[in-house]
Design a protein around this ligand. Structure first.
Ligand code: S3P
Length: 174
């Protein structure tokens, strides 16, 4: 089996689905944001503020490369922007099974509007709904390169994990 990598916009449920999936598959779970926060000893928002986004993107690439090099299969949860820089999506598709958790922009907006503090990209946006729609549209060109595309609007995290598991066995037994 391969690593399974969850990608998708902020608020798409990657972390919650990742936990359910790692339990169902009995794989260890790694979350790039959490690893970077532990490595740097500060939250993502503080890293953006003091070191800048470019530095954060460099950390993401470094962590992803290390995780993909591990022989033990794992569930890897990416930050929303991780696959969109330095052609990381191609690296992920080469070394893992990638899963895009698609959530419609209205639902993302409802989830994210009360959860801005931890997410530096969403701060001080005069029209948050519009910003989310535009950034999602821009990033979907990358997200849609994933090997498994799932619309999760109507699914619970457990149902999403079960669907991923079913799609993984179809993919791996092709
Ligand atoms: C980001 C998403 C965040 C975090 C950082 C940047 C992005 O992760 O990596 O704030 O560029 O979309 P989540 O998707 O877990 O919120």
């Amino acid at each position: 089996m391969n690593h399974v990598v969850l990608i998708g916009f902020m608020g798409s449920g990657k972390t919650t689905v990742g936990k359910a999936l790692s339990e169902q598959l009995h794989y260890p779970l790694y979350d790039t944001d959490i690893i970077i926060e532990m490595m740097e000893g500060k939250p993502v928002a503080a890293i953006f503020e003091t070191d800048g986004e470019e530095t954060f993107r460099r950390y993401e690439k470094q962590i992803i490369t290390e995780l993909l090099n591990s022989r033990e299969p794992s569930v890897i949860v990416c930050g929303g922007g991780t696959p969109c820089y330095s052609r990381i999506i191609d690296l992920l598709n080469e070394c893992a099974v990638t899963v895009y958790l698609h959530v419609s922009p209205d639902i993302l907006y409802q989830r994210l509007k009360c959860n801005i503090e931890k997410r530096p990209l969403l701060k001080n946006k005069p029209n948050l709904r519009k910003f989310i729609g535009e950034l999602l549209q821009q990033r979907e060109a990358v997200y849609n390169k994933a090997q498994i595309l799932l619309n999760t609007d109507a699914l619970t995290p457990e149902e999403t994990a079960e669907e991923i598991k079913a799609r993984l066995s179809l993919l791996l037994h092709k």
